[in-house]
Design a binder for this molecule. Structure first.
Ligand SMILES: NC(=O)c1ccc[n+]([C@@H]2O[C@H](COP(=O)([O-])OP(=O)(O)OC[C@H]3O[C@@H](n4cnc5c(N)ncnc54)[C@H](O)[C@@H]3O)[C@@H](O)[C@H]2O)c1
Length: 256
């Protein structure tokens, strides 16, 4: 194996990608698989999963789960261990969004977004970390944050609040488990067209986004792969924990 291959190889690793049936995480999962990992896509839709598995082209599997309850995440870990024997990498990428104007956001809608984006991330981190801690094994967690978690983004109030909390939580967990072989990082995408943000991306908003993105374009989901492999790899990324890895075409570097 060449030096670079060794540095970034995920050979013999098992990666669980929650939200892996979605746009960004399916591409990230594809990258993990190409780096040698066995990837497990987690989502609610088997048909969508099969399309993603076909796109990935090998080393990819599907386990159905709605991750909005603790029981389903406990069951997910049990299913993964039964089928694959272990897990090394966890990606928390399930996400939902809503463009509801701030005064109209119901408590129910707010709680639902917080539950999927934040609470499920916490619970998955707890469940998988407990498994690693009990086995004294290495683990790498990649939580999906957002540039709206760094600075508030108009029109997505609940989403921004949930992602800001994911950023904070990820650093706190990184600190908590740093001496126990578990690394926790946040991958922070800028703007990538996907299912969950379709309703927010009208023509005038796209123009505003481009005006604020120095690279003047949307990201391509494959452009998250390098960052994902770096954070997942315990050789290349072994000393990286508590990091916010921003992949945004310069959006967060721009003021006026
Ligand atoms: N697309 C972007 O520009 C962008 C920017 C910043 C952050 N993100 C984050 O990246 C992650 C992936 O988003 P995406 O843009 O690919 O969106 P997406 O809608 O394509 O993918 C999200 C996935 O999460 C799944 N999901 C939602 N609720 C679930 C539940 N209860 N149980 C199981 N699965 C559930 C959806 O079915 C979907 O497959 C999300 O956390 C999102 O917030 C996306």
């Amino acid at each position: 194996m060449h030096y670079l291959e060794k540095l970034f190889s995920l050979e013999n690793k098992v990666a669980v990608v929650i939200g892996g049936t979605g746009e960004l995480c399916s591409h990230m999962a594809g990258g993990l698989a190409k780096a040698g990992a066995t990837v497990v896509l987690v989502g609610r839709n088997a048909e969508k999963a099969q399309t993603r598995i076909d796109q990935i082209g090998g080393n990819a599997h599907f386990i159905a789960a709605d991750i909005s309850t603790r029981e389903s995440i406990d069951k997910l870990l049990a299913d993964v261990l039964k089928e694959f024997g272990k897990v090394d990498i966890l990606v928390n990428g399930a996400g939902i969004n809503s463009p509801t104007p701030v005064l109209d956001i119901s408590t129910e809608e707010f709680n639902n977004i917080i539950n999927v984006n934040l609470t499920a991330t916490l619970v998955a981190c707890q469940v998988f970390a407990k498994y690693w801690l009990e086995k004294d094994a290495e683990g790498s967690i990649i939580n999906l944050g957002s540039i709206s978690g760094l600075n508030p983004l108009s029109r997505v109030f609940s989403y921004s609040a949930s992602k800001a909390a994911v950023h904070n939580l990820s650093k706190n967990l990184a600190r908590e488990w740093a001496n126990q072989k578990i690394r926790v990082n946040t991958l922070v995408p800028g703007f990538f067209p996907a299912e969950q943000n379709k309703s927010v991306l009208d023509e005038s908003r796209i123009a505003t986004i481009m005006g604020h993105t120095p690279m003047d374009r949307f990201g391509n989901p494959d452009e998250l792969i390098g960052a994902t492999i770096l954070l997942a790899s315990s050789t290349a990324g072994g000393f990286i924990t508590g990091h916010e890895m921003i992949v945004d075409g310069g959006f967060n570097s721009m003021s006026i």
